[in-house]
Each structure stands twice: as structure tokens, then as C-alpha cells.
Design a protein around this ligand. Structure first.
Ligand SMILES: [Zn+2]
Length: 75
């Protein structure tokens, strides 16, 4: 899980983009931190760069695929 020290560098927003689960290989809609919805593995992506593929990492249950959720959006 992403952590921070100084909260004056982050701002809470309720943008719908944080609710979307993105499939592997989808172009990142924003630069920032993305989290695997199933296991919590986090990656950093730049805007428009494809998110890691379905074989980026594995889960104990193969049917539990990777879906990426934007957790921290950079401006
Ligand atoms: Zn995962």
C-alpha cells in the first residue's frame, strides 16, 4: 500500500477514474500508482503507457486475474 508522510502534498478527490478496474494492457488513463485489485501488488505507470500484462505476476488461484485500479493519480 502506498504511504506518505506530508499530507499537504496529496489531495483527496472523488473522481470516477478511481472506481474503474482496468484490464492488463490497457493504456493508463493517468500517470500514477496502480494496484492489482486481487493481491494488492502496486506498480507505477506513466500516462498512456500500457499497464502490465496478464502474466505480470501470478495468483494462487489462476482464475483470479489481474485488474488494475488507479490509487494515486499524479497531475
Ligand atoms: Zn495481483
Amino acid at each position: 500500500m502506498a504511504v506518505y508522510k506530508h499530507d499537504n502534498y496529496l489531495r483527496q478527490r472523488n473522481d470516477a477514474v478511481f472506481d474503474i478496474l482496468l484490464e492488463p494492457g490497457t493504456a493508463a488513463p493517468y500517470p500514477g500508482i496502480y494496484r492489482c485489485e486481487f493481491c494488492g501488488h502496486e506498480i507505477i505507470s506513466e500516462k498512456v503507457i500500457p499497464l502490465p500484462s496478464a502474466d505480470h505476476h501470478t495468483h494462487d488461484q489462476p482464475q483470479d486475474g489481474i485488474y488494475w485500479r488507479l490509487t494515486i493519480r499524479s497531475s
